[in-house]
Design a protein around this ligand. Structure first.
Ligand code: IYR
Length: 224
């Protein structure tokens, strides 16, 4: 036991036989390998309760010194969605018409993306994830968080897998620059926009690019 006054409690994670471990690893791969980013959404409503559970799942992510340095801003208000879309499309238009390098545009070509972002109004929910570089103590002074981008990135990974598990779809949208989100959502100075995720059902007969994922040997080096 570590020598600390902080309370420690017993932990009994589920245990499986070796065969079950192999099967579960394979099954989870099969499940997540079916996830695709979707850019066309249905306007079919998703109950608020569902989003609440997805966010609690995201918030189980490990974080530096357990600071949980994230805020999930959840938007269904149509006027606000419309303002977010207008501001995002303005930035994206400038990005696609000069800010992005020719090489970048060439890399995006197979994905069929452009500056238009109708999903920002059509999807029933937008989740804007903010990262908190620091928190405020009760006396108003600042207290730094640690490994903020890593922590918030992991929370977003959990969130994306929870969305997929629920039978919904999302897209990791990164309008650039994103500071318009700070203003529109009136966020405090310690928060920076990190990622925007539209969440909902896919549009009827949605299509996605025919992408392949790298095989294991191209994403791993083994030192046995
Ligand atoms: N943020 C832009 C451009 C974009 C960039 C990358 I890297 C992508 O993988 C996809 C899009 C947009 O959202 O369209």
């Amino acid at each position: 036991m570590p020598d600390t006054d902080f309370p420690f409690i017993p932990y009994h994670p589920d245990q499986y036989t070796s065969e079950e471990v192999v099967r579960r690893a394979q099954e989870y791969f099969n499940f997540l390998d079916k996830r695709r980013s979707v850019r066309e959404f249905s306007d079919k409503p998703v109950p608020r309760k569902v989003i609440e559970r997805l966010l609690m799942t995201a918030s189980t992510a490990p974080s530096g010194a357990h600071k949980q340095p994230w805020t999930f801003c959840v938007i269904s208000n149509p006027e606000l969605k419309q303002q977010i879309r207008a501001a995002a499309e303005k930035e994206e238009y400038d990005s696609y018409h000069g800010r992005m390098t020719p090489e970048w545009l060439e890399d995006l070509a197979p994905l069929g993306t452009d500056w238009r972002k109708p999903f920002l109004e059509v999807a029933p929910w937008l989740i804007v994830v903010f990262k908190k570089a620091y928190d405020f103590k009760e006396d108003g002074s600042k207290r730094n968080n640690y490994y903020v981008s890593e922590s918030v990135g992991i929370a977003c990974g959990f969130l994306i897998s929870a969305i997929h598990h629920a039978g919904l779809v999302t897209l990791t949208h990164t309008p650039s620059p994103m500071n318009f989100l700070t203003k529109l959502l009136k966020r405090p100075e310690n928060e920076r926009p990190f990622l925007l995720l539209p969440v909902g059902y896919p549009a009827h007969e949605v299509r996605v690019p025919d992408l392949e994922r790298k095989p294991l040997q191209r994403v791993s080096e083994w030192y046995e």
